[in-house]
Design a protein around this ligand. Structure first.
Ligand code: G3P
Ligand code: CA
Length: 276
């Protein structure tokens, strides 16, 4: 069954279910919260150096539902996990990610800039992250600046297929990007893997824009500054889910709970954990 058909079936079931819910269920009382996915942004980036094993392990310990990772490519063609397109801010080196080999990248210290106790953390390889965390925690994979790395979509797809992570229900894997063409391509390469579009641009929240995104994306993931109840309703009306970023305060988390989003992408997973 195609992904679109699966989604259509899902929407039909959810409509059926929601009418039963409306008929038989009480509205949640004040203080109750719906289940929201807790996504640890770049690992638990508020507490540990972003995009490192220390940060991702901490996110797992903090019971996040997903870790969010940024994927780029080294000079010698290896997929690596780092946010900026240069190593300058988050390591003790300098230069563009794409101008350094995997070996050169992995010799850098990616922890000390955050705190001396994290000295020795390194830039992880993408496949290392898949192998270490799949089955343990969901992985929200962002293709960062994919226009700099032609063919990165195929490489990511291959790595997922090798591990059978391209199949629905196997593991929690989502791929997202600010580059919409890249996500269209990813949707074609990996029809069973949910795809997300990232934006902080209000013009992408119109009904027309959301309808276009829904032709290939399952997630609409905006910065929280452009989230309103109306946007959330329209995203849901198009059969997509909404995950919003980047939460760095309890107030921001509470705002997104109130907006009824489906996922909160946060540097501080404890702000989203309902047990706190
Ligand atoms: O997951 C959303 C978020 O990661 C997008 O922004 O710049 O942190 O990659 P950025
Ligand atoms: Ca990211």
């Amino acid at each position: 069954m195609s992904k679109k058909l699966l989604i259509g079936t899902g929407v039909a079931f959810s409509l059926l279910f929601s009418s039963f819910s409306q008929a038989f269920a009480e509205e949640p009382t004040t203080g109750e919260r719906k289940q929201v996915d807790n996504v640890a942004h770049r690992g638990a980036a508020g507490y540990a150096p972003e995009n490192t094993i220390a940060g991702f392990d901490l996110a797992v310990d903090m019971k996040a539902d997903y870790i969010e990772i940024d994927v780029q490519r080294s000079k010698d063609g290896e997929l690596v996990v780092i946010h900026d397109t240069t190593v300058d801010r988050t390591t003790d080196g300098t230069g563009k990610v794409g101008n350094l080999t995997l070996q050169q990248l992995q010799q850098l210290d990616a922890g000390s800039w955050k705190e001396e106790s994290f000295a020795g953390e390194t830039i992880p390889a993408f496949e290392e992250i898949l192998d270490r965390y799949h089955g343990k925690v969901g992985i929200l994979i962002e293709l960062k600046a994919p226009e700099l790395y032609p063919g990165i979509e195929e490489q990511v797809a291959e790595a997922l297929k090798e591990r059978n992570l391209d199949q629905p229900q196997n593991e929690k894997i989502i791929i997202q990007s600010f580059n919409f063409q890249s996500m269209k391509k990813t949707d074609q390469l990996l029809p069973k893997v949910p795809v997300g579009v990232l934006t902080s641009n209000r013009t992408h929240t119109t009904a027309e824009a959301l309808k276009e995104f829904s032709t290939y994306a399952e997630w609409f993931n905006p910065s929280y500054g452009i989230v309103t109840e109306e946007v959330v309703d329209q995203v849901h009306a198009q059969g997509m889910q909404i995950g919003s970023w980047t939460v760095r305060s309890q107030e921001a988390a509470d705002f997104l709970f109130d907006m009824n989003v489906d996922a909160i992408i946060t540097d501080y997973p404890d702000y989203v954990d309902p047990r706190n």
